[in-house]
Design a protein around this ligand. Structure first.
Ligand SMILES: [Zn+2]
Length: 345
């Protein structure tokens, strides 16, 4: 079980990068992976702060992150031999740092500048160009430094996506319990409880999660970090990724406009909560309260594409048993569920 050793959350915490590095015994050299924007808002400051301590610091700017784009990062790691890789940015930059550092056997520090999904703290990474459309095991961050002053500057839509990703854990855990009961799959009560607690806390605090509310942002941030820890404890994405994630991955695979990951997972969770005959309306209403999409139109997806994704979701990962694998819904049944839940008209 790999867990982060230092988690620093709050206003102005970016400046603590030096003491965190020192406490972790990281000296010598560091390589920062950032995008152009995230370098401006945080990467440059991390670079300068570490440099002032006498560390040898380099920054590598990346934009697109596909499997191919990891090669120059790994080459740079081989040449510079940094003690640590620091991923500064949204999900893709952090995933690039996570996966390339894991492949080169050096630790990485996560410095999120947006809160669009739970990858900021998880041991899993999702990179385009892999033979699978979902996340693969990489490594957990050695430390997470999340400065809410910086995160507050990101487009609000990314926080909405992060909320959708957390709320979706409700059905992810239901699927895990189902797989345990019917397929005798390993189930970890502690990891499942941690993921569910994150959903519960975000749901209870939905009214705080609004632009300009630091407390709300902090609630979301801690929920996303807890989800990452839940995956570390479970040793897989099981507590955080079930049928609703398969729906989102299926949507990504279809040639149609896509919404953000957490937005798609939120809608997926409404669909599959209905299949569990549980309180799907509560999930929908919480998403609405936060300002997240609850219909195909709000996702920017055509009704027929949404139904197609719902129908093909189980085939994305046949080995990950969920309610979709159990019920094996045909096109008509999928359409009916999407209509009853008001997701399509
Ligand atoms: Zn997710």
């Amino acid at each position: 079980m790999q867990l982060p050793r230092e988690v620093t959350v709050g206003k102005g915490t970016l400046t603590r990068v030096v003491e965190v590095a020192q406490r972790l015994g990281l000296s010598g050299s560091a390589l920062i992976i950032a995008g152009k924007k995230s370098c401006e808002v945080a990467g440059k400051q991390v670079h300068d702060l570490l440099k002032q301590t006498g560390m040898n610091v380099d920054t590598l700017l990346v934009e697109k992150v596909t499997l191919k784009d990891l090669l120059p990062i790994e080459e740079k790691i081989k040449t510079l031999k940094p003690r640590v890789l620091i991923g500064v940015g949204g999900g893709t930059k952090i995933d690039a740092a996570k996966l390339s550092s894991a492949r080169q056997h050096i630790p990485f520090i996560s410095v999120p500048t947006t809160l669009s999904h739970d990858g900021i703290a998880s041991p899993l990474a999702s990179v385009k160009g892999l033979d699978k459309p979902y996340s693969i095991m990489a490594q957990a961050p050695l430390a997470i430094i999340a400065d809410t002053d910086i995160i507050a500057q990101a487009p609000w839509r990314s926080a909405i996506s992060g909320c959708g990703d957390v709320i979706a854990k409700f059905t992810a855990v239901k699927d895990w319990q189902l797989a345990h009961k019917e397929k005798n799959e390993y189930y970890g009560e502690y990891a499942a409880s941690l993921a569910l607690m994150s959903t519960k806390i975000v749901t209870q605090n939905a009214k705080l999660i609004q632009p300009g509310n630091d407390e709300g942002l902090r609630v979301l941030l801690e929920a996303l970090i807890s989800c990452g820890v839940a995956m570390s404890i479970a040793g897989s994405s099981r507590p955080c990724s079930g049928s609703e994630h398969l729906f989102s991955h299926a949507l990504d695979m279809i040639n149609c406009p896509h919404a953000m990951h957490g937005e798609q997972c939120g809608v997926g969770s409404v669909l599959t909560a209905y299949l569990y005959k549980t309180n799907w309306k509560r999930i929908r209403d919480t998403l609405k309260q936060i300002g997240a999409p609850t219909t195909a139109a709000e996702l920017g997806v055509k009704d027929e594409d949404l139904v197609k994704a719902f129908e093909m979701a189980a085939t994305v990962r046949p080995e990950r048993y969920t309610i979709l694998h159990k019920l094996k819904l045909d096109h008509e049944a999928c359409e009916k569920v999407a209509k009853i839940t008001g997701i399509i008209s």
